[in-house]
Design a protein around this ligand. Structure first.
Ligand code: NAP
Length: 296
């Protein structure tokens, strides 16, 4: 293995500690405690785990954490009424509705009912539009975490060729916008892309957000490229459950200049960026300068 490992776990700890410092200043100097509300509908086990660790880390950085756990049969009207209440609650600066929602609830309608200034997931159509036009927005947490790691590793990303594999609204598309914002030449690949290996071989930066275990082999990677693996795939190997990414770590690490592992790469950055977004939202809501380095 020749690649440098980009340690997302350590980076996320650093981001959380920066967030904690800003929270302390907000409390001591301004008497403001940033508040994050997380809404979970139903009992999806993976979502329950995410919500628990979000709540725990929110409290650890000194912020107020509110969890609303709603029955799986909650009506759309009741969910929208709760969001309206949170939109109007001055002690709440960030609202996150855990996805996926049960099938009877319209995700787009629910997300677009959140006050965009409190939309710390960055999924509201206004934030998508602001990001796409290069204006100040709330930036989706997972791509923001990837951007932070890339900036830390490369310094400037200007002029680099970036290939994002995957075009989802939560990862691929916002990732591409952020890379474009940092002046990369960006290609977005997806399931219909022709000659995907050749497309990926051109890239100085590869971001894989596909959801297919170990799909990208080392011989698709240009020597020295930076590989950011967003994938979280649970597989069974040698009779054991294992988490793997969308890239084949061993073969890619032989060719890449730097690579994120799974677990311990992009994953921990996502919650750290959620906390960062909540502090940013709190500062904006109170007309205070935003913390540096915690947003795009
Ligand atoms: P998604 O909504 O399912 O999107 C997957 C994308 O991959 C689609 O655009 C799809 O193309 C493309 N794709 C599928 N098969 C392909 C192939 N053979 N070749 C090229 N492209 C292909 O997934 P997502 O929500 O973006 O998540 C992607 C992965 O990231 C998952 O493993 C997920 O668990 C993980 N994830 C991790 C975090 C984190 O915190 N680390 C956060 C979010 C997601 P089409 O559009 O053409 O179908």
């Amino acid at each position: 293995m020749s690649a440098q490992i980009i340690d997302g776990k350590a980076f996320a700890a650093k981001v959380r500690s920066q967030v904690g410092e800003h929270v302390a200043v907000l409390k001591d100097k301004h008497g403001i405690t940033p508040g994050l509300a997380v809404v979970l509908v139903g009992e999806d086990p993976a979502s329950q785990v995410y919500v628990r660790s979000k709540g725990k880390m929110t409290v650890e950085v000194g912020m107020k954490s509110v969890e609303h756990k709603l029955d799986v049969e909650t009506s759309e009207a009741d969910l929208l009424a709760l969001i309206d209440q949170l939109n109007n609650d001055a002690s709440i600066h960030g609202i996150l509705v855990q996805l996926p929602l049960p099938g009877h609830l319209d995700e787009d309608l629910v997300i677009n009912s959140i006050n965009p200034a409190k939309d710390v997931d960055g999924f509201h159509i206004s934030n998508v539009g602001l990001l796409g036009t290069g204006q100040k927005s709330m930036v989706p947490c997972t791509p923001l975490g990837c951007l932070m790691m890339l900036r830390e590793h490369h310094g400037s990303l200007s002029g680099l060729d970036a290939v994002v594999i995957g075009r989802s609204n939560i990862v691929g598309k916002p990732m591409a916008q952020l890379l474009l914002g940092d002046s990369c030449t960006v290609t977005i690949a997806h399931s219909r892309t022709k000659d995907l290996p050749d497309v990926v071989r051109r890239a100085d930066i590869v971001v894989a957000a596909v959801g297919r275990p170990e799909m990208v082999p080392g011989d698709w990677i240009k020597k020295g490229a930076t590989v950011i693996d967003v994938g979280i795939n649970r597989i069974e190997r040698d009779g054991k459950n294992k988490l793997v990414g969308d890239v084949d770590f061993a073969s890619c690490a032989d060719v890449a200049g730097a690579i994120t592992p799974v677990p311990g790469g992009v994953g921990p950055m996502t919650i750290a960026c959620l906390l960062a977004n909540t502090v940013t939202a709190c500062c904006r809501a109170n007309g205070l300068p935003e913390p540096e380095g915690l947003t795009a």
